[in-house]
Design a protein around this ligand. Sequence first.
Ligand code: S3P
Length: 170
Amino acid sequence: MKPIILVGFMGSGKSTIAKELARIYSWPLIEMDAAIEDNMKMSISDIFSEYGEDYFRELETALLQESVNRKAVIATGGGILSKKVNQEILKKQPLVFYLEGSFETLNRNIKQDKVNKRPLAKGNNDVQLKKLLNSRLSTYEDIASYIIPIDNQSVTDIVLKIQQVIKEMV
Ligand code: S3P
């Protein structure tokens, strides 16, 4: 069985949904941002400010390359597709779920986070954030094996939908 991989913009619930799927299937969870923070013993914000975004993206690629060989549930970071090499890696995977939400839903979720750990959301106003989302939309759609709408859906609804797809596949 191949890994279950979640992609989508910041605030789409990748971490929450991945955690739930990992629990249900009793598979290891790879939360990429958290794993990078653990490995580096630094927060994502500090990695961005001390080493720059490009360095963070290199760490992401290395971890992705390693993670896709594992039977695990993988929550990627929202910018994982900004590198072509990551797109190529993910295109070969059969279980890439894109959690697709409107800007309103995503922005609400981002703003609801008590601690804003996201350097790209912190410095960006709504117009810039929407622009970033729009610049990524077609790549998410292109790379995804399945598109899962999240607007007005509960975590349970979304998890059930993903489970249904997996059940039909195997
Ligand atoms: C990023 C999203 C974040 C994190 C980093 C960069 C992005 O992950 O990887 O702050 O470029 O969209 P989440 O989508 O889990 O917030």
